[in-house]
Design a protein around this ligand. Structure first.
Ligand SMILES: Nc1nc2c(ncn2[C@@H]2O[C@H](COP(=O)(O)OP(=O)(O)OP(=O)(O)O)[C@@H](O)[C@H]2O)c(=O)[nH]1
Ligand SMILES: [Mg+2]
Length: 262
């Protein structure tokens, strides 16, 4: 298959890496992506990082025609950076978009596993919590928070997925078209949850593949207590809304048919 046709059976793939103060990581992750899957393109979406990540991204883009940089005016959160990156991908007619962190937590060497699974799916989630998946160098409290959060999400939303908060995934473009990305209100981890939730409700095929998640070794985390609270609040609201909608639909059906059977 020629390079112009992209990844075999999948098409043209854009990996989006949002960055905020990732000067210590961005070169290495770019090299790793380019080496692991030479056929994909890469977009670094930087929020005018004070540590100069944007300048490094511009250098990397100038040196390699598979690498692009999107310079944004200031820190607006992970979700907003992805929304802008998705629009960029749509404009350039990519078939598939991949989300990946800059800090090395998501191994580019595992990207073929996600892309291969996308041949039989519309959205592939890289999942820490299935057999073969793992988390390295996380303190126990962080692991418990993440696993507990995912159990809560499964119960509240009735989705079967083991890792709805993860940020290593591959979307076919029609999924992003259909789920009205600009309307996604969440930031933080709930941005990731909201995207799966919207795709699942639209009936898209969602697959999970195991990944090896490694905690960042360099640079600072942007995770905060507020991000966790946002997730809890939003997931609870969506869960209640969806139960209300299901109930109203059932009542409407009964009224129409005159049936009193559930
Ligand atoms: N453009 C942009 N990128 C961001 C923003 N916040 C976080 N990121 C990037 O999003 C990715 C994930 O952020 P992290 O700080 O690693 O969040 P985390 O993985 O929950 O935290 P750690 O476990 O400490 O790594 C990284 O590539 C960040 O640079 C933001 O406001 N704007
Ligand atoms: Mg991280």
């Amino acid at each position: 298959m020629s390079e112009a046709e992209g990844y075999p059976g999948i098409g043209r793939v854009l990996v989006i890496i949002p960055t905020y103060n990732e000067a210590e990581n961005i070169r290495l992750i770019t090299e790793r992506v380019r080496r692991a899957v030479p056929v994909v393109d890469l977009l670094i979406a930087d929020d005018n990082s004070p540590d100069g990540t944007g300048g490094i991204a511009a250098e990397l883009a100038a040196a390699d025609d598979h690498v692009f940089a999107l310079h944004r005016p200031g820190k607006q959160g992970l979700g907003a950076a992805y929304v802008a990156g998705f629009a960029w991908a749509k404009d350039k007619a990519y078939d598939v978009v991949v989300e990946m962190d800059a800090d090395g937590s998501h191994a580019p060497e595992e990207l073929p596993r996600l892309l291969d699974a996308l041949r039989a799916a519309d959205l592939v989630l890289g999942t820490r919590y299935v057999p073969g998946g793992s988390v390295h160098n996380w303190p126990m409290h962080r692991l418990l928070l993440s696993r507990g959060g995912n159990i809560y999400i499964r119960m509240a939303l009735g989705m079967p997925f083991k890792d709805a908060t993860g940020g290593y995934r591959a979307y076919r473009m029609p999924v992003l078209d259909k789920i009205d990305v600009p309307a996604v209100a969440s930031q933080g981890y709930s941005f990731q949850v909201e995207l799966v939730w919207r795709a699942y409700r639209q009936g898209f095929r969602v697959a999970e593949v195991p990944i090896t998640f490694v905690e960042r070794e360099r640079g600072n985390s942007k995770m905060s207590g507020n991000i966790f609270k946002e997730q809890l609040l939003r997931v609870t609201t969506w869960g209640l809304q969806s139960r209300r909608d299901a109930l109203l639909a059932k009542l409407g059906r009964r009224q129409r048919t005159g049936s009193t059977w559930p």
